[in-house]
Design a binder for this molecule. Structure first.
Ligand SMILES: NC(=O)c1ccc[n+]([C@@H]2O[C@H](COP(=O)([O-])OP(=O)(O)OC[C@H]3O[C@@H](n4cnc5c(N)ncnc54)[C@H](OP(=O)(O)O)[C@@H]3O)[C@@H](O)[C@H]2O)c1
Length: 281
């Protein structure tokens, strides 16, 4: 199997490194392209993969993974229309570019996979949804590839926004919350660096415990009745629901703006095709 990666930013380069590391493919079976020649060259030097332009990537690959921001996708699909043929599997990692638009823009079979930066440590969740033409073999292959670098979770495309807030944005949110924890400790005299180290160690231990027990179990084993943790938990239960409700509302609004921009690109393209056809008549 030959895998193509278009866009070698943060996610594209992570996927290249990890797919080779887990032995899903050899460096020789990967071809990557990027608008950014420097990023592409440093990944080529690091891993020994093949590099080329976007078309070459598609021509050489059975599976093409688009690691592009949503507003960069439509132009690339237009560029690749002739080479994205029906036997290729095209996977997009962008939450806000609909599967329907992917399949209506190419003849390829399509899927959406939204991985997480936690795949760096072969952990976390990749959200997965398949387009209508994908075969069982395609599905098995996707679940197996992403199953080696994460826990793949099949989901309805319409739920991706909320789910990706947890799985893909979550590591950033958790780090930001921990930073606030460290900041508050620093305000009470603990050196900032030391506070951050204490929190990171505690978080790593907490994550290990949570691999074996549930959230409620962990909460009750730290909070003895009438003790100090119980007092802290009251504050968390009072203050954080509003934070997370606001967070989901705010990211939903951003998703809506992005989707509208993606849709407007399609309308603009449709409009200019009509004008071209009219001029030809
Ligand atoms: N990072 C994550 O943890 C994560 C997790 C799940 C899903 N995602 C999704 O994955 C996608 C990529 O995310 P990212 O964080 O990797 O973004 P990124 O770091 O900005 O990488 C995107 C790369 O695509 C390149 N590119 C843009 N237009 C191109 C074109 N026409 N042809 C070839 N390459 C092109 C960009 O080049 P330039 O450097 O010149 O801009 C950049 O190197 C996004 O849709 C994101 O939402 C990301």
């Amino acid at each position: 199997m030959h895998v193509g990666i278009i866009g070698t930013g943060r996610l594209g380069s992570l996927l290249v490194r990890k797919l080779i590391e887990i032995g899903a493919v050899t460096a020789d079976e990967i071809t990557a392209s990027s608008r950014n020649p420097e990023k592409l060259r440093s990944l080529e030097d690091l891993t020994g993969i093949n590099v080329g332009d976007n078309k070459e990537v598609v021509i050489r690959s059975d599976v093409v993974i688009l690691c592009l921001r949503p507003l960069d996708i439509r132009g690339v699909l237009e560029e690749l229309k002739d080479v994205l043929t029906h036997e290729k599997l095209l996977i997009s990692t962008a939450v806000d570019f609909p599967l329907e638009d992917l399949s209506s823009s190419t003849s390829a079979k399509v899927a959406k996979v939204v991985p997480s930066i936690t795949s760096e440590h072969l952990r976390g969740v990749s959200l997965v949804a398949f387009g209508p033409m994908t075969t069982e073999m395609d599905m098995d292959m996707v679940m197996s590839i992403f199953g080696n670098i994460s826990s793949p979770a099949l989901a309805d495309e319409e739920d991706f926004e909320v789910l990706a807030d947890i799985t893909s944005c979550g590591p950033g949110y958790i780090a930001a919350i921990m930073k606030e924890f460290a900041r508050a400790a620093a305000n009470r005299g603990v050196p900032r660096e030391h506070a951050e180290w204490l929190i990171k160690e505690t978080l790593a231990g907490t994550s290990d415990i949570l691999s074996e027990e549930g959230l409620d179990e962990l909460i009750s084993s730290t909070a003895t009745n009438g003790g100090i943790t119980e007092e802290g938990l009251k504050v968390i239960r009072e203050m954080t629901p509003a934070v997370f409700d606001r967070l989901f509302d705010t990211t939903k609004a951003k998703h809506l703006r992005l989707r509208t921009m993606v849709k407007n690109q399609a309308l603009k393209k449709e409009d200019s095709s009509k004008k071209m056809a009219f001029r030809k008549q």
